[in-house]
Design a protein around this ligand. Structure first.
Ligand code: DOR
Ligand code: ZN
Length: 344
């Protein structure tokens, strides 16, 4: 098989950033996706209807007029988010969900939530209006080992949220552990999870053995192979609860190759090709469409896209770097040969 066609995919989790970063990130998002959920962790974060509108307009300036690509906006939750704030954005048709970052968990999360219990009223109104909660599922307690942060979040917080708001739609974003996969799988229809290409293709040995590879550093951090295998199984199983969310995030080379390098992998240069690689290695290319183009739309209550894309078996080498702002970024898989190439 040298050519496969699938329904055009969507990316249910991406970081585009703002200002001149959009010159790189918007065309890369349009390259193979029809709809993208745009994460709101700018500095300052996107916390109101007004800021969402402004951010969406700035993104749309980079969209060619003949493109059907649609950014789906999300509101950043803080300790001060009010019900009014959610209702206003919802009434104006501006929000596709609300993102929960534990304060300090990742890039630009300093304004995130410090007290989950303080959000009861917000979760209540989201449940009532059918607004999805997108969760960064890690605790930030400094006594918790970084490799256990997701598992402890499930035990301490997610179980409780599920129990107290049983019909709140939740996406467990970038799930990285066997425990996360099992929690989602064993739960009801109101919870699903996104899976990134880096967590399917790599584990912590790839990042740490033989030297530190800062371009594989992302959060939640890559785990051991046992977890990677659970993710591969979930993504390629055809189960409807697991779908594509790249978590692609642009960071300049200097910010990553730094004494305190930042977290994030840029994968939008070759997002669908990277997933195709993972699926082919698992002998499950025939399930790529389900994961990339159907499951997410179904969870969010949208139609699948009407267009198709094709992938050709035509091995190519991922470039070492890509222009970004006045510098470069090192894309996920730099220097690797990928078997599949998007037909353009
Ligand atoms: O590695 C990450 N980078 N994880 C996140 O949760 C955020 C992202 C970013 O915004 O750069
Ligand atoms: Zn993210």
């Amino acid at each position: 098989m040298d050519r496969i066609s699938i329904i055009k995919p969507d990316d249910w989790h991406v970081h585009l950033r703002d200002k001149d970063a959009l010159e790189t990130t918007v065309p890369a998002a349009i390259r193979c996706f029809e709809r993208c959920i745009i994460m709101p962790n700018l500095s300052p974060p996107v916390t109101s209807a007004e800021l969402i509108k402004r951010y969406r307009d700035s993104i749309l300036k980079y969209k060619p007029s003949n493109s059907k690509w649609t950014p789906l906006m999300v509101m950043y939750l803080t300790d001060h988010t009010s019900i009014k704030c959610i209702r206003t954005a919802f009434d104006q048709g501006l929000i596709f969900g609300c993102k929960y970052y534990p304060a300090g968990a990742t890039t630009n999360s300093a304004s995130g939530v410090t007290n989950l219990n303080g959000l009861d009223a917000v979760f209540n109104v989201m449940q009532e209006l059918g607004i999805t909660l997108q969760i960064h599922g890690e605790v930030t307690d400094s006594s918790v080992d970084i490799f256990d942060r997701e598992k402890i979040f499930i035990d301490r917080h997610l179980t409780q949220i599920k129990h107290r708001f049983p019909e709140l739609k939740i996406v467990f974003e970038h799930v990285t552990t066997k425990q996360g996969v099992e929690f989602v799988r064993d739960s009801d229809k109101y919870i699903a999870a996104t899976i990134t290409p880096q967590h399917l293709l790599f584990n912590r040995n790839d990042m740490l053995v033989g030297g530190i590879r800062p371009h594989l550093f992302c959060l939640p951090i890559l785990k051991r192979d046992l977890h990677q295998n659970a993710l591969i199984k979930a993504a390629t199983s055809g189960e409807k609860k697991f779908f594509l969310g790249t978590d692609s995030a642009p960071h300049s080379r200097e910010d990553k190759e730094n004494i305190c390098g930042c977290a994030g992998c840029f994968s939008h240069h070759a997002a669908i090709e990277l997933y195709a690689e993972a699926f082919e290695r698992a002998g499950a290319l025939h399930r790529l469409e389900q994961f990339a183009s159907k499951n997410g739309a179904e969870f969010y209550g949208l139609k699948t896209n009407s267009e198709f894309i094709s992938l050709l078996r035509d091995p190519w080498r991922v470039p070492d770097q890509i222009d970004y702002r006045d510098s470069y970024l090192v894309p996920l898989g730099a220097g690797l040969t990928l078997n599949w190439r998007l037909e353009t």
